[in-house]
Design a protein around this ligand. Structure first.
Ligand SMILES: [Zn+2]
Length: 471
């Protein structure tokens, strides 16, 4: 049974999708006004693990992630760089998609851009106005009257008369009439992009964007809505208020939130010099999968302290996985002599699935993975071709769940195998100058040679591709 922690109830609950066999998943996408930082990517990697795990359970996941390409920050950024909003946001949208691909994050089934969905936002505001919840203020902007929605605060557990008064968010500043009334439609300001609406020209507020896009593409009730913990209030609280006031139905059945990360024990900030984008880490020579592992390996509801030490540990694990996979592949292709194979791979797959079923218990799942890899390593020489094939299938399956891209090279090319055979021959007759030259030749083809222990074959391993994303 799959269980997730639901922020709405603050409990770990059994998860069943509304429609059998199919999960609707909405995750709040980036606001494309800068390069996303590793704190953002912790959330995106967690959501990717969530989706991969659900898919590994045989569920079809309809995943929608929006792109916020109009809000206060994007408009300010475009103005600063003297670009049109579209020019400015399409640059950072592309950068985001490149980063996602580098981290092996599965692309959403749909990725709506807010600026392409304005009519749906206007319709939703009209529905709210018809119910007397949205009102037009003197400044021409339209606001949500929070006091009209009794359940306001149910996600963040904030009380309207207590905590909310005076609350403000950085992302989309909001002005208020009563307590925490938030803006749905902002009246056009000189020099800002704007669209026609029944209330005059203007642009949507940030919160209405997600409500409209989520419901338009996934229906009035979505199975899972996820994001970073900083979105609980006001963004997700407001999404609930906007959507449920109109439909009278639950907007999202399960709310999953990832804790943000610390870097060297402190909140990331540019002034402290501990602020990193993915590109910063690539520049320092870290592999994308090492970064992915470091971001993924701490449970999503626990504080992740990101350090260079944690990257070093992640690198060791990735190397261990790579080494084991390529040992299996090399031995299979060279022609192994083993006859046995008593590995508990199926049991490991089941145990990993069970761990992840418990609110994505990643620590336990990765521990099982490491243990079985140690076991495979210990038995390599005895493994028959069938067992080696089974190991390769196991790594492929693990890639589908963890996305660490271990088993993406399916075959050692014949030319590499050919040189490897010559290499083994040269070593056998102790012609070391020849074997050195052949090792180099293999290196030029972007493969490493690993010498076998006495009686064991030498094997090869593919070098991981270097990520060279321009800054
Ligand atoms: Zn959102």
């Amino acid at each position: 049974m799959i269980k997730f922690h639901n922020t709405l109830t603050n409990e770990i609950e059994p998860f069943t999708p509304l429609k059998a066999g199919e999960v609707s998943l909405y995750t709040c996408g980036p606001t494309v006004y800068h390069y996303a930082h590793i704190g953002n990517f912790r959330t995106f990697v967690f959501e990717d693990l969530l989706r991969r795990f659900l898919e590994s359970c045989g569920l079809k996941v309809k995943h929608v992630m929006n792109i916020t390409d109009v809000d206060d920050k994007t408009i300010a950024g475009a103005r600063r760089e003297q670009k049109t909003l579209r020019e400015y946001t399409s640059f950072y949208t592309q950068a985001f998609l490149d980063d996602m691909r580098a981290l092996n994050i599965l692309p959403p089934v749909l990725q709506p851009h807010a600026t392409n969905e304005i009519p749906a936002m206007i319709r939703l505001i009209e529905d709210l106005a018809a119910k007397g919840i949205a009102y037009r203020a003197e400044d021409g902007s339209v606001y949500y009257r929070v006091s009209k929605f009794e359940e306001y605060g149910k996600l963040s557990k904030k009380k309207l008369d207590g905590n909310i008064a005076g609350a403000r968010v950085d992302n989309d500043e909001y002005e208020k009439e009563e307590g925490a009334d938030f803006v749905l439609w902002k009246a056009a300001k000189e020099g800002e992009p704007s669209w026609d609406s029944p209330w005059g020209r203007g642009r949507p507020g940030w919160h209405i964007e997600c409500s409209a896009m989520c419901m338009r593409h996934l229906g009035e009730t979505v199975d899972i809505h996820a994001g970073g913990e900083d979105l609980v209030f006001p963004h997700h609280e407001n999404e609930i208020a906007q959507s449920e006031a109109v439909t009278g139905k639950p907007f999202a059945r399960y709310w999953l939130h990832a804790k943000h990360l610390l870097v060297n024990g402190e909140k990331m900030s540019k002034s402290k010099g501990n602020f990193f984008t993915l590109r910063d880490l690539f520049e320092k020579g870290y592999d994308a999968m090492v970064i992915r592992y470091a971001l993924m390996s701490v449970h999503y509801r626990q504080q992740l302290n990101f350090t260079f030490e944690s990257l070093k540990e992640a690198r060791e694990v990735i190397e261990k996985l790579d080494n084991c996979y390529f040992q299996c592949l090399s031995r299979l292709q060279i022609g192994c002599r083993g006859t046995d194979g008593q590995l508990q791979l199926r049991q490991a797959v089941r145990d990993i699935g069970e761990s992840l079923s418990e609110d994505l218990n990643i620590a336990s799942a990765l521990a099982i993975l490491q243990k079985i890899v140690t076991e495979i390593n210990a038995h390599l020489a005895q493994l028959s071709s069938a067992s080696l094939r089974e190991c390769i299938g196991f790594f492929e399956h693990m890639d589908r769940i963890f996305g660490l891209d271990v088993a993406s090279v399916k075959e050692i090319p014949p030319d590499v195998l050919g040189v490897l055979a010559e290499y083994a021959e040269a070593r056998k007759i102790r012609d070391f100058s020849k074997s050195d030259a052949l090792r180099k030749e293999i290196g030029e083809k972007k493969w490493f040679v690993k010498d076998g222990r006495p009686g064991e074959p030498s094997t090869v391993k593919k070098m991981r591709r270097a990520w060279d994303i321009k800054k």
